[in-house]
Ligand binder design. Structure first.
Ligand code: ATP
Length: 345
């Protein structure tokens, strides 16, 4: 099911939790809503679900205007961070619940429900555990039961709000891989909320980066990581450093001096680069500063550099250096970004 979100605004006591949000989600797509706390991710998910209604704007499911439809009418499945399984029901009863409470006429026969539950158990790799109660399951297993329960009603769209947030790192990783496979097998349009960028980049077809109730950028993992469209996206996703610069006659100047980088145009702006996109340099035209800390990573090192800023606190940047490069604590390091982006003011 394709979902189209048109110019949505959502206010709580006049506070705009969402401000002019538009997004087209293709049928069968796996979409991540990624952003810091308070950026509006959950609010957007709740509006798609029909748990809340927009102050302005419209939401379409396919061609149908669903903006004022109820949750039931929208037929969406959702799973929250804190799996709300019924504790007094077995796994099988939890999964079949949504079907059993359907009004008579639309309720499948008992035998049909049993068949569907068994199919779903198989799909979430929990066959054999149907008679267990939630407290006899691990956190990851409970979350898979919650997913199976959401899927039982054959939803048009699957909505997940930090579904793995409460689990430990290893289980999270396993469930991530599992969810991707599950999605590829079932082909449901799926929207999930996360503030974990690794999760978003690894799992999603497209990542929607949100900040302060707005969409900053929508794109593939490569788009948002390699081609961030705004200073916010550049600094929110991955590691980066930032320096104020001037562009003059096709060259980049920092503190009035060329640093060996060409950049078209003229004006002032901020230079952004990632630690891995830097090379050490002996050239006169380069950035330089004092190494204040060094950390060993698996195959390389990260050096923290303070660049003097007369009369003010130094600029702090981080660069990745080869293990045996002569970059020592307290020494001076000279380097140039090899990939960068200048956002003009
Ligand atoms: P988190 O990652 O912390 O869950 P989020 O990105 O999901 O954050 P939302 O929960 O969508 O953010 O909240 C967006 C903004 O709207 C926040 O400033 C929040 O305080 C506000 N907000 C959300 N729900 C309500 C509500 N029911 N009443 C008043 N303000 C609300």
């Amino acid at each position: 099911m394709e979902v189209t979100i048109n110019n949505i605004r959502k206010e709580f006591d006049r506070f705009p939790a969402l401000n002019d949000v538009s997004l087209k989600i293709a049928s069968g797509e796996l979409i991540a809503l990624l952003g810091p706390s308070g950026s509006g991710k959950t609010t957007l998910l709740r509006l798609i679900a029909g748990l809340d209604y927009p102050t302005a704007g419209k939401i379409f499911f396919g061609e149908e205007d669903a903006s004022h439809r109820t949750v039931q009418e929208r037929n969406v499945g959702f799973v929250f961070q804190h799996y709300a399984l019924f504790r007094h029901m077995t796994v099988a009863d939890n999964i079949g619940f949504g079907l059993k409470v359907r009004p008579s006429g639309t309720r499948p026969a008992k035998e049909e429900i049993r068949r569907r539950v068994s199919e779903l158990l198989d799909m979430v790799h929990l066959s054999g555990l149907e008679k267990r109660y939630p407290n006899q399951l691990s956190g990851g297993q409970r979350q898979r039961v919650a997913l199976a329960r959401a899927m039982a009603i054959e939803p048009r769209i699957l909505l997940l709000d930090e579904p793995f947030g409460a689990l430990d790192a290893k289980v999270r990783k396993e469930l991530r891989r599992w969810l991707r496979e599950f999605h590829d097998r079932t082909g449901h349009t799926t929207v999930f909320v996360t503030h974990d960028q690794e999760e978003a980049l690894e799992l999603a077809d497209r990542v929607v980066v949100m900040s302060q109730g707005r969409i900053e950028q929508v794109g593939s993992a490569d788009d948002v990581y390699d081609r961030p469209g705004s200073p916010f996206v550049f600094s929110f996703i991955g590691e980066s450093s930032q320096l104020p610069v001037e562009v003059k006659d096709g060259a980049l100047l920092f503190q009035g001096h060329p640093i060996g980088i060409s950049e078209p145009g003229d004006g002032v702006g901020d230079l952004f680069f990632r630690p891995e996109d830097v090379s050490l340099s002996d050239e006169q035209e380069a950035l330089f500063g004092k190494v204040t800390a060094c950390r060993r990573l698996a195959g390389t090192r990260i050096a923290e550099i303070d660049i003097a800023n007369e009369g003010h606190a130094p600029y702090h940047v981080e660069i990745e250096v080869p293990l045996h490069a002569p970059v020592e604590l307290g020494s001076e390091a000279r380097f140039r970004p090899t990939r960068w982006k200048v956002f003009r003011k």
